[in-house]
Design a protein around this ligand. Structure first.
Ligand code: FAD
Length: 152
């Protein structure tokens, strides 16, 4: 099985889209991620998977906390920006929630403290304990076969 076939198969799993945000030494960093899942209710745990080559990896290790911003259908540009798909620099206005930078107007913002981590191949899985959350009533941004979709 080659890499392309594996990627194509994984792209058949439709998901929402998140931007992970964290802050180290006053510098905010964001990264688009769809490898996100809910893990446990008691305690409340979620999981993200971060590539070893991503800048975000060291930053989460340093800060020990991160926010998961689940994007709404109006935030495709945010997804593209934080995936490096928009080349010009943009000035993003972050809000602060539980001491973490978050993306405003997201469907959900979760503030998480690193609970556990596990290296898995070329990614690191971070299990985060959810400390608090904010919810908005909107529709999600979705991704399927590498293309953004709105759920109608
Ligand atoms: P960079 O590549 O340096 O930063 C990402 C982009 O965000 C850059 O364009 C940067 O300018 C911008 N940015 C960062 N901080 C700010 C700020 N404060 N203000 C303004 N702009 C800022 N990778 C994974 O490891 N796991 C996943 O689950 C995953 N899922 C993905 C899902 C989708 C739909 C897409 C499109 C990509 C996904 N990726 C995932 C790939 C990942 O988003 C990119 O490889 C990303 O570029 C890695 O970010 P980085 O931390 O290396 O930082």
């Amino acid at each position: 099985m080659d890499d392309r076939m594996f990627r194509t198969a994984m792209g058949k799993f439709a998901t929402g889209v998140t931007v992970i945000t964290t802050e180290v030494d006053g510098e905010v960093h964001g990264m688009t991620a769809n490898a996100f899942m809910s893990v446990s209710l008691d305690p409340k745990l979620v999981l993200i998977s971060i590539a070893e080559k991503a800048k975000m990896l060291e930053l989460i290790k340093q800060s020990g906390k991160y926010a998961v911003n689940i994007l709404s259908e109006h935030q495709q540009e945010m997804s593209m920006l934080f995936a490096g798909q928009i080349k010009e620099e943009r000035n993003v206005e972050f809000e602060t929630f539980e001491g973490l930078p978050i993306i405003k107007d997201s469907l959900v913002n979760l503030s998480c403290k690193v609970y556990d981590s596990h290296v898995a191949g070329d990614h690191t899985l971070f299990v985060g304990e959810v400390l608090n959350l904010k919810l908005q009533d909107s529709n999600p941004l979705a991704i399927f076969e590498g293309k953004y979709k709105e759920l109608k």
